[in-house]
Design a protein around this ligand. Structure first.
Ligand SMILES: Cc1cc2nc3c(=O)[nH]c(=O)nc-3n(C[C@H](O)[C@H](O)[C@H](O)COP(=O)(O)O)c2cc1C
Length: 204
């Protein structure tokens, strides 16, 4: 069905080819950990996505120059964490410093960890949700690699979710990244719940 003409005369500005690639923010930011042969590391990642429910797969774009990249590839595992807004400083810190300089970011930024349940990977205790992932495929995508992991264990803070597994956003607000080192808390804004039947008539 053709789109109906819009009364809106506003036009989006276009740059083609793009002079600056943006538009992928704001978005929730993840924190990635990995370890190999006694070495361990942690970095932030804004480019990440759930890819499949059965089997459970999660993807993250990791620059090949990241120290974390080599640990992920060497060990075949990584963990994806979601930290509440109260931990925004930790997210900014681990995303602005590299293990290449020799710094142990867990010590330097006071990040408590516990061992993974299935994989040899550090789990951040500040997280309200964490996925342990076994690397399934590393796909080269431009200047990053898209690392796909099978989720083999999920850690969650029970107080962060209700009985429908919806996050208690007001009590445990998620962290959104805007770009340019700006972070925002989400969970206290306007909220709307639609009935699962809300659009059923459309398909009749
Ligand atoms: C909010 C935020 C999001 C980021 N997203 C990504 C990302 O998706 N992929 C990536 O490779 N680097 C990303 N980075 C950059 C890395 O986290 C950063 O280069 C880090 O220093 C890498 O650490 P490492 O060299 O110790 O692994 C992000 C940084 C920040 C602050």
């Amino acid at each position: 069905m053709p789109a109906s003409p819009s009364a809106n005369t506003r036009r989006l500005a276009v740059s083609a080819p793009p002079d600056r690639f943006f538009g992928y923010y704001p978005g929730t930011v993840a924190v990635i950990t990995a370890s190999s042969e006694g070495d361990r590391n942690v970095m932030s990642a804004g480019w990440h996505a759930a890819l499949s429910a059965e089997p459970p797969l999660y993807g993250v774009a990791i620059g090949r120059e990241r120290y974390t990249h080599r640990l992920v590839v060497a060990s075949g595992g990584f963990a994806v964490h979601f930290l509440p807004f109260g931990a925004a400083r930790s997210i900014a810190a681990v995303g602005s410093t590299s293990r290449r300089t020799g710094v142990d970011k867990f010590e330097r930024f006071d990040l408590a960890t516990e061992p993974g349940a299935v994989l040899d990977v550090p789990i951040l205790q500040d997280a309200y949700l964490a996925y342990e992932c076994r690397v399934q495929v590393v796909h080269e995508t431009g200047d990053h690699d898209w690392v796909v992991g099978e989720v083999v264990a999920v850690h969650h803070a029970p107080e962060a979710f209700d009985e429908r597994r919806l996050q208690h956003g007001r009590d445990v607000p998620a962290t959104v990244y805007y770009g340019r080192s700006r972070y925002e808390s989400i969970g206290s804004g306007e909220r709307i719940d639609f009935s699962p039947d809300a659009f059923r008539d459309v398909e009749r």
